[in-house]
Design a binder for this molecule. Structure first.
Ligand SMILES: *[C@@H]1O[C@H](CO)[C@@H](O)[C@H](O)[C@H]1NC(C)=O
Ligand SMILES: *[C@@H]1O[C@H](CO)[C@@H](O)[C@H](O)[C@H]1NC(C)=O
Ligand SMILES: *[C@@H]1O[C@H](CO)[C@@H](O)[C@H](O)[C@H]1NC(C)=O
Ligand SMILES: *[C@@H]1O[C@H](CO)[C@@H](O)[C@H](O)[C@H]1NC(C)=O
Ligand SMILES: *[C@@H]1O[C@H](CO)[C@@H](O)[C@H](O)[C@H]1NC(C)=O
Ligand SMILES: CC(=O)N[C@H]1CO[C@H](CO)[C@@H](O)[C@@H]1O
Length: 468
């Protein structure tokens, strides 16, 4: 959000539609208040699960959040048209993968509702992001086929292109309150590096419509398990109960799926509150330290360019990862000439090698140090490097500590690779042409300027209320 805050006033100087000018003070205020997640790998959408612990479903497990009534209590989202309802997942059982989320019923007694998200920041310009959500038909009734339109707006109220086809869900007669038949639906969009909003509009008339849960926006990452969150440790690899880490070595070890310890030794450390170190921007539970047991280590992974994604071999790819240096250990022999015994200098070698050609596609070093950092504030930095795949369709990424003979060194977490799309080309390929799927509820969707204005003002007010 830091970047949202800096960008907005600057942008509006150059391009100022009447609505945007009016909204500017609200927008800036709102962005100052939102401290949403800013990592590339985790869900970028705040409040996508509609969770609000302050809401108690005491009487009847349906909460109206009619836009034009007094009870506009949809957490983080704003209802701008018609009405929606917030449902209790104790009564309406969510799918197993959507643990403990609230559910939004997109219709109410006044018909279909429209809701808009809080500002969403996709930091990577022209990277693909997936917008996904769980949908189910209302088990109590409604039309056989129910549809939901999802639009993406920028902060000037301009709709992002191409417009995705509406999601159409067919009623499953076996679906019930205890066993809702959820379907995961998604579409892709390009990152803009600016603030955007998701707009969900029910296209079903009447009281009964679609249920929505667990809305997510994630970067399309070509690296699998880039956050080291999935582990298959050997029974002999036990986390030390004090330091909360385990040393891994040898290419034969498959402790971290999709990763290999190429040489030396590395440490798998726990991250998060009460763990060995502060979590990286993924907020995950594990990270890798590239030194352990007096040895510099190297890890690697492979990624494949998906079919049909790269049209030109000149396309650029971006490697992202979080890094820092172990801040807790005192290593006088590696500290600077300044004589600060607490400073550890970590030097990281980063390489991407094309598998087909054997060429180095990227070869960099990055040096940083632990000055001023502690285990609860390790100074995580997200680095980005751009490279081209050329003729290669597969590549190997490796991270290596260049400081040998010591126990502690650079950290790596949250590794991601994405392709920088050519925007015009991408829009052409992905434009579905607006063809409503068979059975879609045909209803004109008009999202006027006034409505957008209302959305932003209401979002601002809601945030102010939430922050009290
Ligand atoms: C669901 O989430 C809650 C808290 O968010 C947690 O306590 C519980 O263990 C989770 N259940 C499953 C099955 O993951
Ligand atoms: C790639 O494109 C070709 C031709 O357009 C198509 O036949 C094929 O199904 C596509 N593959 C994928 C994985 O989308
Ligand atoms: C540590 O890093 C800071 C910021 O990059 C730099 O100013 C300082 O000189 C570095 N110290 C050492 C000992 O390398
Ligand atoms: C990429 O890294 C450079 C410096 O290495 C930095 O100036 C730039 O802001 C970064 N870009 C993004 C999008 O993170
Ligand atoms: C619902 O959609 C399916 C395809 O998803 C279509 O075959 C069917 O005819 C539609 N039913 C109605 C009642 O519109
Ligand atoms: C977060 C992530 O990418 N996890 C993956 C780690 O690797 C396993 C095994 O390939 C996948 O199943 C996970 O999805």
């Amino acid at each position: 959000m830091e970047r949202c805050r800096r960008r907005l006033p600057h942008r509006h100087k150059q391009l100022c539609s009447p609505a945007a000018c009016l909204l500017r003070p609200f927008m800036v205020l709102m962005l100052l208040l939102v401290d949403g997640a800013d990592s590339d790998v985790v869900n970028l959408l705040r409040g996508g699960s509609f969770i609000d612990d302050s809401i108690k479903f005491a009487v009847y497990p349906v909460r109206d959040v009619l836009a034009h009534g007094s009870r506009t209590l949809l957490p983080y989202w704003t209802c701008t048209h018609g009405g929606v309802q917030l449902w209790d997942t104790q009564v309406y059982i969510p799918s197993l993968s959507d643990n403990c989320t609230f559910i939004v019923h997109m219709n109410s007694r006044v018909g279909g509702g429209h809701i808009i998200s809080t500002p969403l920041y996709t930091p990577r310009v022209n990277a693909e992001y997936v917008v996904s959500m769980s949908l189910a038909c209302n088990p109590h009734g409604g039309p056989r086929n129910q549809s939901l339109m999802v639009l993406v707006f920028d902060d000037n109220g301009k709709e992002m292109q191409p417009r995705p086809n509406p999601f159409v869900v067919e009623m499953d007669p076996t679906s019930s309150m205890q066993n809702l038949m959820w379907e995961r639906r998604s579409f892709k969009m390009l990152g803009t590096g600016k603030c955007m909003y998701l707009y969900l509009a029910s296209m079903v008339k009447g009281y009964y419509g679609l249920l929505v849960a667990n809305v997510q926006v994630n970067l399309v990452n070509l690296v699998e398990n880039g956050s080291f969150e999935t582990l298959t440790l050997n029974p002999t690899d036990v986390f030390n109960s004090v330091t909360q880490d385990v040393t891994l070595d040898g290419p034969r070890l498959k402790s971290i799926p999709n990763w290999v310890v190429e040489s030396g030794k590395v440490r798998l450390s726990t991250t998060g509150l009460g763990k060995a170190f502060q979590a990286a921007t993924d907020g995950g539970q594990y990270m890798i330290e590239l030194n352990a047991a007096a040895s510099a280590g190297e890890i690697s992974t492979m990624f494949v360019v998906p079919m049909n994604t790269s049209i030109s071999k000149d396309h650029e790819y971006v490697l992202l990862f979080d890094t820092a240096v172990n801040p807790i250990q005192i290593n006088p022999q590696t500290s600077s000439s300044l004589g600060n015994a607490n400073t550890l200098v970590g030097k990281l070698g980063i390489k991407v090698v094309g598998v087909q050609t054997g060429k180095d596609l990227l070869d960099k070093t990055y040096e940083s140090n632990s000055t001023g950092f502690t285990f609860v504030s390790v100074g995580w930095t997200t680095k980005n490097y751009t490279f081209k795949m050329g003729e290669d369709k597969t590549a190997k990424i490796s991270f290596r500590s260049l400081t040998d003979g010591i126990d502690y060194g650079p950290f790596v977490d949250n590794v991601a690779v994405y392709e920088m799309k050519n925007k015009d080309e991408w829009i052409k390929i992905n434009a579905p042409g607006y063809v409503p799927s068979s059975g879609a509820n045909k209803q004109m969707l008009a999202v006027g300027v006034a409505e957008r204005l209302l959305v932003l003002v209401m979002t601002t007010l809601l945030l102010l209320v939430f922050k009290q």
